[in-house]
Design a protein around this ligand. Sequence first.
Ligand code: GLU
Length: 598
Amino acid sequence: MHPRSSLPKVPFLRALLVLALSLGLASPAFAEQASDLVSPERSTVSVPVDAVQARQPVHAAHWMVAVANPIAAEAGAEVLRKGGNAADATVAIQTVLGLVEPQSSGLGGGGFLLYWDAARRRLTTFDARETAPAAATPQLFLDEHGAPLQFYDAVVGGRSVGAPGTPRLLELLHNRYGRLAWPDLFGKAIDLAEKGFVVSPRLAGEIKGDEQRLARFDGTRNYFLKKDGTGIDAGTTLTNPAYAATLKKIRDGGAEAFYKGAIADDIARTVQHAPGNPGVLSVQDLATYQVKEREPVCEPYRGYRVCGMGPPSSGGIAIGQILGLLSHFDLAKLGPDDPQSWQLMGDATRLAYADRERFVADSDFLPVPTQGLLDPVYLAKRAALLKAGTRLDKAEAGSPEWDHAMNTGDGNALELPSTSHFVVVDQWGNIVSMTTTIENEFGSRLMVDGFLLNNELTDFSFKTRDGDRPVANRVEPGKRPRSTMAPTVVLKDGKPVLALGSPGGAMIVPFVAEALVANLDWGMDLQKAVSLPHAMNRSGAFELEAGTQAAKLGDALKRLGYDVKVEDMNSGLHAIAIGPDGLTGAADPRREGVAIGE
Ligand code: GLU
């Protein structure tokens, strides 16, 4: 259950390998080195060394959770131990995450959830994406001259806040599938909020990096900063009585107690009176918020079906397209140590992202050609643009066949990482794979009744037109901003075999696609697949994860004509595999998460 070192440390061999690599004599040994490549010092948010070193996958027979924070993971485990199911555990995990990892997700945010209903053998998806207020216009993120606002000028304050989806999602999920009584699922979060929880190194690091923005508003300043204006330290015991009071209202009154009445009034007032940057979210926007159940988006890959979230997320389509393109190449033969594997994955991502920028937005507002974008004939044509060992010159959006042609232009949404992903498998085989977010770290930095409000609306494209064409992902009243979140469930012969996802803003899709290729094509165990150093190409330049063997791909990629950037990459992959011998869980060593099972 505890992280242990999976690789024998053989300093001499390691030194030899490093020497060979530096002399260009060997290609980076991704497969062997995958699980202990992350060094703590390269991250701005440091986590204890033992939390980022090599890990073993966790095995269990009956149930399992994989969550980005150990306290929240334990809350889920407790529910499952008591005979609760995946829906019950989700309520406990999310309410605790909102307390102990408040920078990433919570009641004031939204998310996407895949649910495998074991009894009905059915996979479904829930869209709890935040929604633009009825009073929002396409000009929301333009200044008085029609120019796009600076990103953080838009984020911090009321303008970026959409109607949250998370409380309604928890209630809907529990009403539909839950086993334990709703009030019994709140005990842990209320208790921790009242008695206090210990601030983790990661949370303290995020606070320190954001002191100036957190100081802008009374709520966040008083909660996250000390009297001298610096952030609270790791190890501090923090209570949040306002959050406990909010949870009690939801426990006793259901989600209705959040969307109508005192809490809704507080949200609308805080947004509309945010100093310097007010927004237009109203109590009506909250009262009318709805979670939408949608069909999963699935793509065949190497004998599996990889299923994910459709619009308004681009996650399912983009991962489906990348895998569909890669299925034309023998990645297993190339293997993880061949730069050509990464070049193909990178160029496939570029093609998928070109389509995404042109076509994908909230499908309740414009026709998104989901089927056309995943059509095998279309993908075969696009795959013909890719060649192992030759850089794809230009990645432009394609022309999928579809019914309602709509001539939209390219948008410019910027997504920076915070967010959380967790997976639950219960003793009956029900599965939750949920990516949950308030968008940027600490969202809009507005805090109401013990929780942070999202800044999800900045996931819209700020620019509304591309020449004379409207941008698909422009702001419109009641619309949901396009997401990259990619909660995923992989099926084999109609049965789930793997569930995973990650935070990471626009890097989410390559993070998840890499882990899928590592596990399904390269046969890496789940922990290695999750720990694998990242290398991706979203826009022409190859981005390589700093402080890992991925940076060693740089020379080979430069020779192929790519610009190369080496940078920190903050994935938070959490995954559970369901095999004939039980469950296997993995948690990304870049964060604080754990997998727990019995
Ligand atoms: N808001 C982003 C999205 O919906 C997620 C942000 C993140 O992963 O940090 O795609």
